[in-house]
Design a protein around this ligand. Sequence first.
Ligand code: BGP
Length: 473
Amino acid sequence: MTTTFPATFPQGFLWGGAIAANQIEGAFDKDGKGLSIQDVMPDGLQTSPTESPTEDNLKQVGIDFYHRYAEDIALFAEMGFKVFRFSIAWSRIFPQGDEEIPNEDGLAFYDRVLDELERHGIEPLVTISHYETPLHLARAYNGWTSRKLIGYYERYCRTLFERYGARVRYWLTFNEINSVLHFPFMSGGIPTPKDELSQQDLYQAIHHELVASARATRLAHEVMPHAQVGCMIIAMPVYPLTPDPSDVVAAMHSAHASYAFGDIHCRGKYPGYLLRHFRENGITLDITAQDREDLENTVDFVSFSYYMSTCETADPSKKLKGKGNLLGGVPNPTLEASEWGWQIDPQGLRVVLNDYWERWQKPLFIVENGIGAMDRLVEANGTKTVLDDYRIDYINDHLVQAREAVADGVNVLGYTTWGCIDLVSASTAQMSKRYGFIYVDRNDDGTGTLERYPKKSFDWYRTVIATNGAMLQ
Ligand code: BGP
């Protein structure tokens, strides 16, 4: 018997876009919202956190989605979005993070967002924690290094599931959970500077997050039997820099660092290579019998961001050459990079999709992909727009590779581009690193009208969705 795979995207494929609360909402202290770690990160990852919030932090206003969500969702609907990925700001719901009673005004805001999505028939995809841990949990508990955060996170999840459970099917527990290895403050709310944070404390924090994720998955299934819960990881294939077997082994070790998060989420236990890492580095984690049982609550699907691949080598003299990618590694001499130095590798997406599918046999969801670029607003046919052919090319080339993966037999649920509307960058806190199909008139110095202007890619993406990807070439 021969099996044929579809040469196009499956019916019901979830096309859409993604954003995070702290990068678009603004209203950072409105209606009872508490501070989050983002309020002391005016420069993203470029400088150390500040003591208190500062007015030069573009995230205080974001793109004012808090007040303009209806207008923005209408634009997403015009593109034909089937799904919209957004995060809930934890500190809007629990301003400090450790209260017993949630903030009703915060909950009501997301009711309004969900109303609007429903009006347009757009499926919500909710990230529960996206780089916006309440600042109080970071400062008072040293973030996820404390076991107490498991309980606070669980209370937050229960509040969301009970409130929105009837309206939200797809949930993601932690954005890019593996990034805590690289950005302990932004990802894990851990104020201890990275170079002073011991491996012991870092992996204990990771363990707490993994247990919290698994407990949230169990709770979601109890409260909302129809719910689908996914983990979310940064996918970055690691290629050996040369065919030297030592480089292949170096690439394998580097890949393990991220695989571990998917392995635990999908298999419910720690993989051997990570236990070896613990043994050889004197790391002894506090793992209770209850933790082990909790971890067995595995996810329903795996979601990931994909921006780039990287190379690895065993030769230390080659390590520091050139500008590395987001998570370090060695630049690939065969690839071009974006204006921010992120190397562009559409085929890497096909590699990741095949690799994850073979490894975990769980449906996959591409929940971030896109290119940050300097856009120029121009006048065309009497309206202002951006002629962003580079963005169209980037997304087209990645989607062609996703389509190849579907033809390879990979189960892909959907695709949401990162920053479907311009927003404040996570790593650099700039407005000028733009990802959207919709230009937002706001500049790095905070000036601008906040007006929205569809870019050339807006119409293009509408056609991609309308043809279910058949027009991609
Ligand atoms: C991911 C984050 C997002 C987003 C994106 C683009 O790592 O999940 O929050 O910002 O990267 O990164 P940047 O904004 O730094 O260009």
